[in-house]
Design a protein around this ligand. Structure first.
Ligand code: UGA
Length: 473
């Protein structure tokens, strides 16, 4: 048998959403034969035609390659995917249920649907983020002693999910039956990543412990940023200084309007629930959530201060609505949370985001969406950067300066080149930094044209620091 045939496994992926589709397409690209199932007929039809609606670099390309090579196909319903499978991945949603606990309805209904159809000796793998003990519960529900249940959490970030899958920092596989864990780990052997083989409960715990650590790291940095403002220090220099310590690292140290998205908030709440159920008061984690709410409120305070003390009736232009750049995901977006706080104080909001074309349910009704970033400036008493889209750095700030009522920007992501903005007359208020006052108009006019050209466009993100994006010269 060729090496490829020995490596190749027949895999079913149940749930063709964000995690399932990435998992299926990437496993197919590694050489496995993958059948992805979903309950939505139109989604299955579109995916079968190679149409990928999720905004994720390289995902459509891998789906097209998988379809063309015959290694990837899509079917309606879990029961159509499993009869021939050696490994069945569960990639169904586990949303936040009552009181913050993970809602396992989707996992349970798939288990009920497939339990009698699974081939003898196959392995069921839970990829969804589920409370510790779910693998054991799944095994109980399956009641199939010949089928092992393995936990293999995903660590994919939106916007770099394919890259994260194919170049993982680690693979974590947990099961009491070591041979089943090894079979799952072998699916990824071509990736050459460090692999942690453990029991199911520990693997389930890794996912929560990792996401909650990241959330705590961000709350810590946001708290440090607040202290920097009070003590006159610069958070960018502070985080650079601490980040060189290899035990801390430079990643995930950007202060912002608070952390959000479909994972960190859901998982911190769920981990708190898990802790409470185990009669453990996880104070540190609770404080991280409180700090996050405080950070959102602090951003509103900054805007209120910027417009002179009252938001009532003030037109505020918002730049960025998604929970981070590079995605169209608005779930639990801190930008929307800040918008809701501003609206509650009577602000009149207009927002632009490169990936959002219309209002969605859950958005405050007082927010008007525009498809033109220039329009957010018309008559605005303040502009507020809420998502770190690199293109905001190269807007025509000279033109925006002509349109606003008051030249002040609250930059909650420390994204903009304050030197450039101040030369066209803007005062810039960041997070964890001293405010940068505008330059006198005469000096501003002289410097305006060359300033716009001085953006360092290669530094796409605020943390890719260069002298061009430093506030201090
Ligand atoms: C997160 C984790 O990073 C992934 O490892 C994990 O697999 C995923 O959740 C999941 O559980 O599925 P994601 O939700 O895509 O990934 O987003 P992140 O890139 O982690 O960003 C989360 C939030 O933190 C965003 O609001 C982002 O703007 C904010 N953030 C991130 C900062 O404010 N500063 C930073 O330095 C980094």
């Amino acid at each position: 048998m060729s090496e490829d045939r020995m490596f190749m496994r027949r895999i079913a992926v149940i749930g063709s959403g964000y995690v399932g589709l990435t998992t299926g397409a990437c496993l197919a690209s590694l050489g496995h034969r993958v059948v992805c199932a979903d309950v939505e007929k139109t989604k299955v039809a579109r995916l079968s035609a190679g149409e990928v609606s999720i905004r994720e670099p390289r995902l459509a390309e891998l789906v097209a390659q998988g379809l063309a090579a015959g290694r990837l196909r899509f079917v309606i319903g879990a029961s159509a995917a499993v009869p021939d499978a050696e490994v069945v991945f569960l990639c169904v949603p586990t949303p936040m249920g009552a009181g913050g606990a993970a809602d396992l309805t989707a996992v349970e209904s798939v288990v009920a649907e497939v339990r009698e159809l699974l081939p003898a000796g196959c392995v069921v793998v839970n990829k969804s983020t589920v409370p510790v003990g779910t693998a054991a519960r799944t095994a109980q529900l399956l009641a199939r002693p010949d089928v092992a249940v393995v936990s293999n959490p995903e660590f994919l970030r939106e916007g770099s999910a394919v890259e994260d899958f194919l170049k993982p920092d680690r693979i974590v596989v947990g099961c009491e039956a070591q041979d089943a864990a090894e079979r799952v780990a072998a699916l990824y052997s071509r990736l050459g990543a460090p692999t942690v083989l453990t029991d199911a409960a520990s693997a389930e715990m890794v996912k929560y412990a990792a996401n909650c650590f990241l959330a705590m790291k961000l709350s810590y940095v946001n708290a440090v940023a607040e202290l920097c403002e009070r003590l006159g220090a610069d958070v960018l220099d502070v985080t650079e200084g601490i980040g060189y310590d290899r035990r801390i690292g430079q990643a995930f140290l950007q202060p912002g309007p608070g952390w959000g998205g479909s994972c960190l908030p859901k998982d911190t709440h769920a981990f708190l629930q898990v802790s409470a159920a185990a009669k453990f008061d996880f104070e540190l984690l609770r404080a991280s959530l409180d700090t996050n709410s405080r950070q959102q409120a602090r951003m509103m305070d900054k805007v209120r201060d910027a417009v002179g003390g009252s938001l009532a009736g003030q037109r505020i232009g918002l730049l960025g609505l998604t929970f981070k750049a590079g995605t169209d995901d608005l779930r639990d977006s801190p930008a929307l949370a800040v918008a809701a706080l501003l609206a509650a104080e009577g602000a009149d909001l207009i927002g632009y985001d490169p990936s959002v074309r219309a209002a969605v349910p859950g958005m405050t009704d007082d927010l008007q969406i525009t498809d033109d970033p220039i329009k957010v400036a018309s008559g605005a008493a303040a502009l507020v950067v809420l998502t770190e889209w690199p293109e905001f750095r190269v807007l025509d700030w000279g033109l925006l300066a002509e349109l606003v009522e008051r030249r002040v920007v609250v930059d909650t992501r420390n994204l903009l080149d304050a030197d450039v903005l101040r030369r066209v007359g803007f005062e810039v208020r960041g997070v964890g930094r001293r405010a940068t006052p505008a330059v006198e108009p005469s000096a501003a006019i002289q410097a305006e044209s060359s300033a716009v050209l001085s953006y360092d466009q290669s530094s796409q993100l605020p943390h890719a620091r260069s002298t061009a994006c430093r506030w201090r010269g």
